[in-house]
Design a protein around this ligand. Sequence first.
Ligand SMILES: [Zn+2]
Length: 180
Amino acid sequence: MSLIERAITANRKNAEHHDPSLAQKPAPKIAILTCMDPRLNDLLKWLDIKPADADVIRNVGTAATADVVRSLMFSIHVLGVREVMVVGHTGCGMEIFSEEEFEEHIHKQCGVWTVAPDRFHCYKDVNLVTQKQVLKLRSHPWIPSNVVIRGFVFDLSSGKLSEVTPKVERVLDIAHQKAS
Ligand SMILES: [Zn+2]
C-alpha cells in the first residue's frame, strides 16, 4: 500500500478522536524558518516548543526567499509573532551541488532548460549562509525592527544548536562606510 493510501486510512480512524478546538484561531508566538529535511521533523520537540506556538516555514536549504517573507507577513502582521528563528543544519543537500551543477543535474533528468526557478540557493558554508538569511530578513522593510531575528545551525550529529546571528550593527557600519 502506498503511504498516501495508508495515511487516508489512518486519518479516518484518527478523526474519530479529533479535538475540535483545533479549528480555533491560531496564536503562534514564534516563526521558525528551517529546512524541509525529514531529519528535522522533530525540531520543535527538541527545542521544547509546543506545535501550537510555532509557525514553521520550511524549504530545502532554509532559504529566506520572497515566499518565506510572504509567510512571515502573516505570522508577524496578522498573528502577532515577535520572534523569528532561522535554523540551518549540517549535512544539507544544498551543499552537494553548485548552482550550475544542480541546473545540469535537473537538465539531465528532464532534458529541457527552463527559466524558473532562477536560483536553487545552493551553498558551501552553512554558518555563512544562515547568517545571510538572517540579514536578508533583518533588512526587509516590512519586518519591524522590534521583531527579534536570530540564526542557528543545528548539528545533526550532536543534536545541538549553535547560534550564528551576525552582529547587525557591524554589518550596517560596513554598509555605511561603503556608502559614504
Ligand atoms: Zn537541508
